[in-house]
Design a protein around this ligand. Structure first.
Ligand code: NI
Length: 188
């Protein structure tokens, strides 16, 4: 397994549409493992391949590490699964949740999405499966990550004004990170 670099918005690569995976090869399984490792390292519950610059319809997810109401959180890895070539078979109702994104660090905003979903996908073992979720972190996360496969981010659900404010903060953050990187290189 290897850590991949998570792209920070705005980045033109995050706006591109991903391609179907089809057959799950050893190379794809390696990408599954890298995505999971990168997601856990960043304390995320979901990560889509385009966020590490790979334009495949592939998502790593583990929402069970966050405690659901009245339940204890599970250990990282226990709820891990992958969605390859996901398709929403059912999408109805509404649910509003405060979302964040590993490609937009430290920004959280309310987004309204479908409440009840059924998603069909290929798992890491190459089998076609289905999951159902209603008004939970899982239903939100599946839709958020599937947006990434279409080159869409949660800020695209916000007003132009809010999006512009976040864009400015992200540009500043990227400039700071770049300066730190250069500084470290000089210090060596
Ligand atoms: Ni995201």
């Amino acid at each position: 397994m290897a850590l991949r670099e998570i792209l920070v918005w705005p980045d033109p690569r995050l706006k591109q549409k991903a391609k179907p995976v089809g057959e799950v090869t050893a190379e794809i399984r390696k990408l599954c493992d890298d995505l999971a490792e990168t997601m856990y390292e960043a304390n995320g519950v979901g990560l889509a391949a385009p966020q590490v610059g790979v334009l495949f319809n592939l998502i790593s997810m583990d929402v069970e590490q966050k405690a659901a109401e009245g339940e204890a959180p599970k250990k990282k890895g226990e709820g891990l699964f992958w969605l390859i070539d996901p398709v929403l078979k059912v999408a109805e109702g509404e649910f509003t949740y405060t979302e964040g994104c590993l490609s937009i660090p430290d920004e959280y905003e309310e987004v309204t999405r479908f409440g009840h979903i059924v998603v069909e996908y290929t798992d890491r073992d190459g089998k076609r499966k289905q999951r159902e979720a209603a008004s939970t972190l899982l239903s939100v996360c599946v839709q958020h990550e599937m947006d990434h496969l279409q080159g869409k981010l949660f800020v695209d659900h916000l007003s132009a004004l809010k999006r512009e404010l976040i864009r400015r903060r992200m540009k500043k953050l990227k400039t700071q990170r770049e300066a730190e990187r250069k500084g470290e290189a000089t210090a060596l």
